[in-house]
Design a protein around this ligand. Structure first.
Ligand code: ADP
Length: 191
């Protein structure tokens, strides 16, 4: 069973590719963004509100909250194919992921990095924001938050690429191709 991480800036297509892996290749998708959104949708607590504010501004949610969510899910799905989408987002999370996998005697097979042009990325996110009905729109899909999310990506998430490079499990793919082309590259890497 495979364990893979998809790495890339917001809007690069990690979510789309994760869904394809779920539909076609029997993967479980662990998206910390989705998991956090569902946690806060049924919470009126102060903590829920704090998480919501951070997400809406494009900042990262504190590590302990995200790690707690993900470690439980790893335990639950350890015998299945897992695609991590949006996690890890900084070096600490990458190290915790390694140790929590090690605890259940498994390791990451691949980290796949989506390389993308930041200008095109901004256009994509604007289109996504404009095409989505207001009622379904994510509050963090707007240009101001996007710029912050890209900055957070560059400063916190990008260093993980070097970490996985040292471990020899990184593959870089061109994230600006058509959806099916990106998917074809991913399946070539993981098969
Ligand atoms: P995208 O895939 O467009 O980057 P996500 O849905 O993955 O967006 O994440 C939305 C927000 O959720 C992030 O901007 C951040 O506030 C929070 N978040 C998601 N995953 C993590 C994580 N691993 N660590 C900290 N915060 C996270």
């Amino acid at each position: 069973m495979k364990k893979i991480v998809l790495l890339g800036p917001p809007g690069c297509g990690k979510g789309t590719q994760s869904k394809l892996l779920v539909e076609k290749d029997n993967f479980v998708q662990l998206s910390t963004g989705d998991l956090l959104r569902s946690e806060i949708s049924n919470s009126n607590s102060d903590l829920g509100k704090k998480v919501k504010d951070l997400m809406e501004s494009g900042e990262l949610v504190p590590d302990d909250i995200v790690i707690d969510i993900i470690v439980k899910k790893v335990e639950k799905h350890k015998k299945e194919n897992i695609v991590f989408d949006g996690f890890p987002r900084n070096l600490k999370q990458a190290k915790v992921l390694d140790s929590s996998l090690e605890n259940v005697s498994i390791k990451l097979d691949h980290a796949i990095f989506f390389e993308i042009d930041f200008q095109i990325l901004q256009e994509r996110i604007n289109t996504r924001a404009n095409e989505t009905k207001d009622s379904e729109k994510r509050k963090d899909d707007n240009s101001k938050t996007l710029l912050n999310r890209i900055e957070v990506f560059k400063s916190s998430t990008l260093p993980i690429v070097g970490y996985y490079e040292e471990k020899g499990i990184i593959s870089k793919i061109n994230g600006m191709q058509m959806v099916n082309e990106v998917y074809a590259e991913i399946t070539k890497i993981i098969c």
